[in-house]
Design a protein around this ligand. Structure first.
Ligand code: CIR
Length: 269
């Protein structure tokens, strides 16, 4: 039996540039978006990844796809060598998938999703050898079944959870460290996660529930200062705040802006 992969900072992250059309992205509230400010925040986010030792690959924007910077939704990286293209639940976002799959294909074997069902990457939370997948407004049963099929090929278990509030599973719960999660209070039922031995730290700031753990470095939205303070008090974590409020306006957060590839023998979020 090979050793299970160890939690690690990503070796590489794929980002997709912010298009001029980003101010027409899908969003729940019609808040005005400042595209140049979003671009500056995107550049700082890329810098935060580099500062954590992650190689950043920036893919070109597509003006026909206002949401293309939320690259996480278009594929699932299942290890250092394997990925699955998704079929986003928002029909208008499906054209984002092809170019991202093609870029990943240069280094990973990318399985196509297939014709039916929907799955957004934002609904998949990796914790060790388990993929928690949210049944949400964007991910359906057929999507979960397709994920289960491909995950089984690489020895990953899939556990489905219901997402009632928030856009995606990772809008309300993300990984802080192996075995430790941060979740929006009352954002999701935590019993199925706690029953699996996972520690769940509850926070009150919606922008605080989506953190990005890069090994021991944890990126937290600057819009969630109380969460950042709480996490900074946790042993073994180095918390860094990153401003991504122009992406919160588009219902996105830290994980949405990249697709992360672990080093060989490692796993990452
Ligand atoms: C959407 O509604 O699809 C985008 N405006 C936001 C996607 C956020 N993605 C993510 O949380 N993984």
């Amino acid at each position: 039996m090979p050793n299970p992969p160890e939690f690690a900072a990503p070796a590489r992250a794929y980002l997709r540039a912010v298009p001029d059309s980003y101010d027409r992205c899908l969003r729940s509230e019609p808040l005005p978006i400042d595209v140049p400010r979003a671009r500056a925040q995107h550049a700082s986010y890329a810098e935060a990844l580099r500062a954590a030792g992650v190689e950043v690959a920036l893919l070109e924007a597509d003006e026909g796809c206002p949401d293309c910077c939320f690259v996480e939704d278009t594929a699932l990286v299942l290890g250092a060598e394997r990925a699955l293209s998704t079929r986003p639940g928002a029909e208008g976002r499906r054209a984002e998938v092809g170019p991202v799959g093609a870029a990943l294909q240069e280094r990973l074997r990318v399985a196509p999703f297939g014709p039916g069902g929907t799955l957004d990457g934002g609904d998949v939370l990796r914790v060790g050898q388990t993929l928690f997948v949210g049944r949400s407004s964007r991910t359906d049963e057929t999507g979960v079944a397709r994920l289960r099929q491909v995950a089984a090929e690489v020895g990953l278990e899939v556990v489905a959870l219901s997402v009632a509030g928030g856009l995606h599973l990772k809008s309300v719960v993300t990984l802080l460290a192996p075995g430790r999660l941060v979740a929006l209070r009352e954002g999701i039922a935590l019993e199925p996660l706690r029953a699996r031995g996972l520690e769940c730290l509850e926070v009150d700031e919606p922008a605080g529930a989506n953190v990005l753990a890069l090994g021991p470095i944890v990126l937290v939205s600057a819009a969630a200062p109380a969460t950042a303070e709480l996490l900074a008090g946790q042993p073994g974590l180095e918390v860094r705040a990153v401003a991504v409020d122009e992406f919160h306006k588009g219902d996105g957060a830290l994980t949405c802006l990249s697709l992360r590839v672990p080093p060989p023998g490692g796993w990452c979020v």
